[in-house]
Design a protein around this ligand. Structure first.
Ligand code: NI
Length: 136
């Protein structure tokens, strides 16, 4: 069920917001505000140590000594937090690994930090996601 409420804003802020909405291709202010609220709730879920889901992306050179083994070992240590892993051979040297994770925000963050810090990982990122209302 949709509920309506009104917002008071300074004119300058509203003008900037309307420019943002146009640049982001939103159809209307409501949809843009809904997304901003959801983003804030996802951020809060991660900061609040709730149950979350996320995606870890790693790019690494599989020729780096024992790196492939270490990436696998860390994932086995955290198997409860890993939903699935996809490995793509990007080119002769480089691998792309996409790991879908779920669980306690702090533990998932630690897992991500461990993987990204491994020597030879060229690019690493954790995309934090959540319903914003807690996962069960
Ligand atoms: Ni590969």
């Amino acid at each position: 069920m949709l509920k309506r409420f009104s917002i008071s804003l300074e004119k300058n802020l509203l003008d900037s917001f309307d420019q943002y909405i146009q640049a982001q291709s939103y159809n209307n202010r409501s949809e843009a505000i809904r997304d901003l609220i959801r983003k804030a709730l996802v951020k809060q879920a991660w900061l609040g140590d709730s149950n979350v889901m996320g995606v870890i992306t790693l790019v690494y050179d599989h020729h780096q000594h024992q790196l492939q083994e270490k990436v696998t070992e860390v994932q086995h240590d955290h198997h409860h937090q890993i939903v699935s892993t996809t490995h793509v051979h990007m080119d002769h040297h480089n691998c792309l690994e996409v790991i879908i994770v779920r669980g306690n925000a702090k533990e998932v963050q630690e897992l991500s930090d461990k993987l990204i810090a491994l020597r030879g990982v060229r690019d690493g990122n954790l995309a934090m996601s959540s319903t914003g209302v807690g996962l069960h």
